[in-house]
Design a protein around this ligand. Structure first.
Ligand code: PEP
Length: 252
């Protein structure tokens, strides 16, 4: 049985006090959802420690939105995987399209970040997905395949057992446009096939999340698909009620 996961990517939103309040709301409401759903929140670096405190004793886990490609040293402004792990993070989002697009993250950088994540006991949530031009040209399968082959195929089997993948079509992120449940299932099944070519039957255990304008009104339909194991949620993760309502999509 694959893990069911609803992860919130808060991006560059919330001040520390707001983040703590949001985390407390998520903790309080998470009791309304069965324990089979794993909730993760990924606040900005600046309040990971305070949010970790707010999550203590709850079933809600902590993740970061990024980590450095290097272990430590003279890298001004960077935050090492060891640092976020020390603050209580269990997960780290890597390869988000905003980081690929605005900060030039390449597969080469992401390979290093993945190594750092694993070296520090973190589970990467590795994002893949095509932009609108690529989708319209019918290249979405090839784009996702390359993003997986160039990074995930470098993992050992042990590392792969601790990986979450998020399929996030760039055209659906923050745009209000959601992939249909059928589009999500089609590409999730394809991604699993690509993973199976390298990792065999372990591919059946890898959680693949959908991300892109997922909200309470569409989560249940998308999560009902066989190869969709949850969601990576942006905008709707900023309201505890909506975030938890998305998790309830598994109970519909
Ligand atoms: C995201 O950026 O990971 C995301 C899915 O954003 P949104 O839900 O706002 O589209």
């Amino acid at each position: 049985m694959r893990k069911k996961i609803v992860a919130g990517n808060w991006k560059m939103n919330t001040l520390p006090a707001e983040g703590v309040e949001l985390a407390q709301g998520v903790v309080a409401k998470s009791a309304e959802v069965c324990d089979c759903v794993n909730f993760i929140v990924c606040p900005p670096f600046t309040h990971l420690a305070q949010v970790a405190e707010a999550l203590k004793g709850s079933k809600v886990e902590l993740g970061a939105q990024n980590c450095a490609a290097e272990a430590k040293g003279a890298y001004t402004g960077e935050v090492a995987a060891s640092m976020i792990a020390a603050l209580g993070c269990k997960y780290v989002i890597l390869g988000h399209s905003e980081r690929r697009q605005y900060y030039g993250e390449t597969s080469e950088t992401l390979n290093k970040k993945m190594e750092q994540a694993y070296a520090n006991g973190l589970t990467p949530i590795y994002c893949v997905g095509e932009n609108l031009d690529e989708r319209e040209a019918g290249n979405h399968f090839a784009v996702c395949k390359a993003q997986i082959e160039e990074v995930v195929f470098n993992l050992t089997e042990e590392q792969f057992k601790n990986l979450v993948i998020a399929y996030e079509p760039v055209w659906a992120i923050g745009t209000g446009k959601t992939a249909t449940a059928e589009q999500a299932q089609e590409i999730h099944a394809y991604i699993r096939e690509v993973l199976a070519a390298k990792f065999g039957e372990l591919a059946a255990e890898c959680p693949i999340l959908y991300g892109g304008s997922c909200k309470p009104s569409n989560a249940a339909e998308i999560f009902a698909k066989e190869d969709v194991d949850g969601g990576l949620i942006g905008g709707a993760a900023l309201k505890a009620e909506d975030f938890i309502a998305i998790g309830k999509g598994f109970m519909a």
